[in-house]
Design a protein around this ligand. Structure first.
Ligand code: PMP
Length: 458
């Protein structure tokens, strides 16, 4: 059937009938035909190594055979009951997912998207604490719903209507772009970009950022707050990492104000950061509420909120229902994703292949003036592009776009993020191999060399 559509016809329909807010991304947008594990194929049969995985979503591989088989079997058995009846998949999945979280995080709410999960998390925090105000980082992305737009703090996602009030943004502890450095104090195999004036294990940058956090608490919110929502590593904003120890101190300050701590694991969860299954674990903290989406379903629309029995009970005062949350097909998909992560050794792969990739990319940072920073953990990697390392000015958009297009033409799909969309984002399906990394790094190097040649010819 697809063969009867031409590329131009597809593009015409897209422009006429599909939501105009969707980014078209490349100059000539990709028309994809099929996916297999870490690979995507376009309608002309060209193959791409997918380093963005549908925005960090395809966790175990496109059309992973095990996950596909689980979905197909459930589709033939029972699609949907809504969670008002019992059908084994929802119980089995909730039990399996809860077993991956530390005590007392054992109660699972199932939703359909990350925004819905975060809406519910903030709602729970407000109900449970009977406070209203939520703290979040500048540069955070927690969703596009009107409720979440209060905490999502990336300007190009904001809209001028009343939304999400009761949200206070606080300074982002960005150890590359921020005023105090501290990149050797982040949890990444690549640390040496901008040092702060640390001494004897006391991180100066972390202390400065904590002072800023206290200032927000003292100036922008009442004495008691509902909570703090945070990504363990910022995703949309370009893989921004905080100095070690920051979250631990911030969580304590939030709790002193009566607030709950919400870890948004939509991008960092499900083994992506390699060393741990959840991003919060690298910060040595225990959140009160954990939200997850994207990688949870390998591309199937599903999401979850996990919290304690006590906090969950705040919502049991009255009815709360989500028709599709806990859908039977979603639950078997989710369970098969967890099996695939374990059976395919994907957490270990994230750690090993991700570290290898980070170190290879760091070599390019040494070589090219426009590669300002290479950072991340496991298979959540950012490459921040600058005009030069001294100024750290973002590389102009047209220049980044050309490098991006060149990578695509040579078979590598990268994401972009950051306030100026100056950071390339790498979050591939976690089944990627070292050989794939060698290919990707070679392509990226070639694209950078072409940039240097273009600049010299100007
Ligand atoms: N939280 C984070 C960290 C995200 O990256 C996103 C999506 N980019 C969301 C929440 C919202 O998820 P969704 O698009 O599924 O609503």
């Amino acid at each position: 059937k697809y063969q009867s559509y031409t590329y131009d016809h597809m593009l015409e329909i897209r422009k006429r009938n599909v939501a105009p807010t969707l980014l078209m991304v490349y100059k000539k947008p990709l028309l994809l035909h099929q996916g297999h594990m870490q690979w995507l194929f376009d309608y002309e049969g060209r193959r791409y190594l997918d380093l963005f995985a549908g925005i960090a979503t395809v966790s175990v591989g496109h059309c992973h055979p095990k996950v596909t088989a689980a979905a197909q079997a459930q589709l033939a058995r029972l699609w949907h009951t809504s969670s008002i009846y019992m059908h084994p998949p929802i119980q089995e999945y909730a039990e399996k997912l809860a077993s991956l979280l530390p005590d007392p995080l054992k109660v699972v709410f199932l939703t359909n998207s990350g925004s819905e999960a975060n809406d519910l998390a903030v709602f729970l925090a407000r109900l449970y604490t009977r406070n209203f105000d939520i703290i979040c980082f500048r540069g955070a992305y927690h969703g596009g719903s009107p409720y979440m737009l209060g905490v999502t703090s990336v300007g190009y996602y904001k809209h001028g209507v009343a939304n999400g009030f009761g949200c206070a943004t606080t300074m982002l502890p960005d150890v590359f772009r921020g005023p105090w450095g501290g990149s050797h104090c982040r949890d990444s195999p690549v640390q040496t970009v901008r040092k702060c004036s640390c001494s004897e294990g006391v991180c100066h940058a972390k202390d400065q950022y904590i002072e800023q956090f206290k200032e927000t608490l003292n100036t922008s919110v009442p004495k008691t707050i509902a909570g703090f929502i945070v990504e363990p590593i910022q995703g949309v904003n370009g893989t921004v990492q905080y100095p070690k120890g920051f979250l631990k101190e911030a969580f304590q300050l939030v709790r002193e104000r009566g607030g709950l701590c919400i870890s948004d694991e939509v991008q960092t969860g499900f083994a992506r950061t390699g060393s741990h299954f959840w991003g919060f674990q690298s910060h040595d903290v225990l959140p009160d509420i954990v939200t997850m989406a994207k990688g949870i379903g390998n591309g199937f629309p599903m999401a979850a909120v996990v919290t304690t029995k006590e906090i969950a009970s705040a919502l049991a005062q009255n009815l709360h229902i989500n028709t599709f949350g806990g859908n039977a097909v979603a639950c078997v998909v989710g369970a098969a994703v967890l099996d695939a992560i374990e059976e395919d050794g994907l957490q270990q792969n994230s750690e090993e292949v991700g570290t290898y990739m980070l170190l290879e990319l760091a070599k390019l940072r040494e070589k090219f003036e426009i590669v300002g920073d290479v950072r991340g953990k496991g298979l959540m990697i950012g490459i921040e592009m600058v005009t030069n390392k001294g100024s750290r000015h973002p590389l102009p958009d047209e220049e980044i776009s050309q490098i991006w297009e060149d990578c695509k033409d040579m078979g590598i799909l990268l994401g972009r993020g950051g306030l100026f969309r100056q950071t390339f984002r790498i979050k591939p399906p976690m089944c990627i191999t070292r050989k794939d990394v060698d290919f990707a790094v070679e392509v990226f190097r070639t694209a950078l060399e072409r940039h240097v040649e273009r600049a010299a010819a100007k």
